[in-house]
Ligand binder design. Structure first.
Ligand SMILES: Cc1cc2nc3c(=O)[nH]c(=O)nc-3n(C[C@H](O)[C@H](O)[C@H](O)COP(=O)(O)OP(=O)(O)OC[C@H]3O[C@@H](n4cnc5c(N)ncnc54)[C@H](O)[C@@H]3O)c2cc1C
Length: 432
């Protein structure tokens, strides 16, 4: 079977890899950019975190967004100009936030994330190198009531296979001594011991190279303009230069850009872009480089700070990445210096000892559009257009869910039994 995959981010590459492993040899990956992992998968928060797979449409987030409407410093922003494009999607987003649905979606994502983390071990064993680290992640808390609530949620997740342990402030400091300057503000932490981290871009490069060496054809700098169907059955695709190419099946893994391609075949994907930012600094040898008042070692453990809405993650040992912010702003890909400045301020609230280093160090600023599905779960599997498959809508979780999403997708194409329940992710739940 001749199969085309549109998009060489985490979702497309993992789909291609699993299809190849399943014996599908004639694979062609089309990618607009000059190489793999140059869009949303490029400089994300680097966390593979089964502990944090709750869809973002929790009632708490909605209250937060509404309370911060128009506040340019808010970590979660709704830009008024994006409102028209969010109307139908937003209604579904709110509908899916009902507690029972939200819990079910969370558990489906947990299963996908745990399977992914398991598969990543296999990939590392095969020599795919991406600076993986298995120190877990530390979710820190400053407010006793919020900490109690988080412990309750962690207990529930433990029952469903997501490991964690509750740490006192001193235990948290022992695990991450770089938190010493803000120790007085902390009430405790959760150590999510099953979480991992690694450089998604490095992973994309490694998987892309491996696939190429195994015979997968990559068409870089080649945008797919449209999908082509004949009598309701997928027949191939059209490229920007007007050429048409026939395929037996197409896997749409083009993140948010999948929406426009699918709509030409009458499929309205409930996926919208949610913009995020990251900032990457070299890891300081010593956070107190002689100019800062507070001494301390450099950060070593990934930190998730729910109060500041950021994650700060050591990447490949030599860099420190801070990621966060969620902007519902349509397809606006500009890198806003004010948002980057905001991220830097939040980083320094967490690690004040880094102030001198942060001022002098070269930094990489980045923004990406999370492809967010209205119910907070990706769309993986066959559509009602025979021959057209989706692997998109991974939102804030696409690094955590990538490997297992590829496996589910390949099971759908080859009609084999999926390793975990595929039903929660099927496009048919939206009539697609
Ligand atoms: C700030 C931020 C932090 C994040 N942190 C984390 C994290 O810590 N953990 C986690 O699990 N997830 C995280 N994510 C989410 C994760 O990065 C995404 O879910 C994931 O990268 C999505 O992968 P993708 O392959 O679907 O999209 P992409 O990587 O965007 O890949 C889609 C590809 O399709 C290509 N394409 C588009 N249109 C066409 C076309 N017409 N023809 C050909 N090619 C096309 C694009 O060029 C692109 O390369 C974060 C995201 C952001 C923005």
């Amino acid at each position: 079977m001749k199969i085309a995959i549109v998009g060489a981010g985490l979702a497309g590459l993992c789909a291609a890899r699993s299809l190849l492993d399943a014996g599908e040899g004639e694979l062609t990956v089309f990618e607009s950019r000059a190489g793999p992992g140059l869009e949303t998968s490029h400089a994300n928060g680097a966390l593979l975190h089964p502990s944090a797979v709750e869809p973002w449409n929790s009632p708490g987030i909605l209250r937060f967004v509404l309370a911060n409407l128009g506040n340019p410093r808010s970590p979660v922003l709704l830009r008024p100009r994006a409102l028209p494009s969010l109307l139908g999607w937003g209604a579904r987003f709110v509908h899916e936030s009902a507690p029972a649905r939200h819990r079910a979606h969370t558990l489906a994502n947990v299963a996908l994330a745990l399977r992914s983390v398991q598969l990543m071990q296999g990939l590392r064993d095969e020599g795919i190198e991406y600076g993986a680290a298995q120190r877990g992640s530390l979710a820190i808390h400053r407010d006793a009531a919020a900490f109690a609530e988080a412990q309750e949620r962690a207990r529930w997740l433990r029952e469903h296979g997501v490991p964690s342990r509750v740490l006192s402030r001193d235990e948290a400091l022992a695990l991450e001594p770089a938190l010493a300057p803000i120790a007085g503000t902390l009430v405790g932490a959760l150590h999510n011991t099953g979480d991992e981290c690694g450089d998604a871009y490095r992973f994309c490069l490694a998987v892309g190279a491996r696939l190429e060496s195994r015979g997968v054809a990559f068409r870089w700098s080649t945008s797919v303009q449209a999908l082509r169907a004949e009598r309701g059955v997928l027949a191939g695709l059209c490229l920007a230069d007007g050429r048409e190419e026939p395929f037996d099946a197409v896997v749409l893994a083009a993140a948010w850009w999948s929406v426009a391609l699918a709509s030409r075949l009458g499929l309205k994907l409930p996926v919208r872009p949610v913009k995020g930012y990251s900032l990457t600094l070299p890891q300081p040898d010593d956070a107190n480089d002689g100019t800062d008042a507070a001494a301390g070692p450099p950060p070593r453990t990934p930190i998730v700070d729910h109060d500041l809405h950021i994650a700060v993650v050591p990447v490949v040992g030599d860099r420190l990445r801070v990621a966060g912010t969620a902007e519902f702003c349509g397809e606006d890909r500009r890198l806003d210096p004010a948002r980057i400045g905001n991220l830097m301020q939040l980083l320094l609230q967490l690690y004040p000892a880094l102030a001198g280093h942060a001022k002098r160090a070269p930094r990489q600023e980045w923004t990406g559009l999370r492809p967010m599905c209205a119910d907070g779960k990706p769309l993986i599997g066959a559509t009602r257009v025979p021959g057209l498959y989706l692997n998109t809508g991974h939102g804030q979780l696409g690094w955590t869910t990538a490997a297992a999403s590829g496996e589910l997708l390949a099971a759908a194409v080859t009609r084999r039994a999926p390793p975990i329940d595929a039903a929660p992710f099927l496009p048919s739940r939206f009539g697609l």
